[in-house]
Write a protein that binds this ligand. Structure first.
Ligand code: AP5
Ligand code: ZN
Length: 218
């Protein structure tokens, strides 16, 4: 199965991606995680991307589209994949359509902006795996340590309140138009159109997981 997880910063895409990929046995393709790995490795791509990420802006479409097109040719993607945080602009979505990358479901996780600001300040991340926790809402078994590896958790550079507000603005301006884009495509009756499902993203992590599983028949 091929899925897209759509939602604002902090909507819970990474958290829910973890459940979905385990259940379906498909890889997670998080462009945010890929970019953070490049930043950490100090590659040319990482140096370029960091400027945009730290300010809360989007990395240019050509860069992201190239990265994703390459990733989905890898053998583990044959059985399907889950896009997390991609596509994030109409040109990114169009690039997949033009490349014939058919998607089964677009799952939007809907969370109001005020709730997002609350979530971001308590977020902690295990960088190598992308596993995400929250100090109050989704704490690790041992404080400050990843559940699986025991390695330290960090706070992301772009989780400062000012940057989160900028990321929300960018989401509403550049990514939210994808909601209409996919709804219209589905309504056109094109058999290649993904099914669009909107999930209420407020509630316990496990409740949201079950809503998503029910919606995609997993
Ligand atoms: P990216 O890494 O994709 O960040 P984002 O979309 O802003 O989303 P987040 O990762 O911040 O949030 P999330 O939805 O995964 O939530 P999470 O599960 O962590 O992108 C970062 C940057 O990279 C972008 O700003 C851009 O510069 C660049 N980039 C990436 N992709 C790009 C693209 N396609 N095009 C261009 N540029 C791109 O949850 C958040 C917190 O809430 C956690 O602490 C979690 O534990 C907690 N939480 C989760 N669920 C719940 C719940 N139900 N109740 C309470 N707390 C919860
Ligand atoms: Zn994420």
């Amino acid at each position: 199965m091929r899925l897209i997880l759509l939602g604002g910063p902090g909507a819970g895409k990474g958290t829910q991606a973890n459940f979905i990929i385990q259940k379906l046995g498909i890889p997670q393709i998080s462009t945010g995680d890929m970019l953070r790995a490049a930043v950490k490795a100090g590659t040319e791509l990482g140096l370029e991307a960091k400027k945009y990420m730290d300010s809360g802006a989007l990395v240019p479409d050509e860069v992201i589209i190239g990265l994703v097109k390459e990733r989905i040719t890898q053998p583990d993607c044959q059985k399907g994949f889950l896009f997390d945080g991609f596509p994030r602009t109409i040109p990114q979505a169009e690039a997949m359509k033009e490349a014939g990358v058919d998607i089964d479901y677009v799952v939007e996780i809907a969370v109001p902006d005020e709730e997002i600001i609350k979530r971001m300040s308590g977020r902690r991340v295990h960088l190598p795996s992308g596993r995400t926790y929250h100090v109050v809402f989704n704490p690790p078994k041992v404080e400050g340590k990843d559940d699986v590896t025991g390695e330290p958790l960090i706070q992301r550079d772009d989780d400062k309140e000012e940057t989160v507000r900028k990321r929300l603005e960018v989401y509403h301006a550049q990514t939210e138009p994808l909601v209409d884009y996919y709804k219209k495509w589905e309504a056109s009756g094109d058999p290649k159109a993904p099914k669009y499902v909107r999930i209420d993203g407020i509630g316990k992590v496990e409740e949201i997981r079950d809503r998503i599983f029910a919606a995609i028949g997993a």
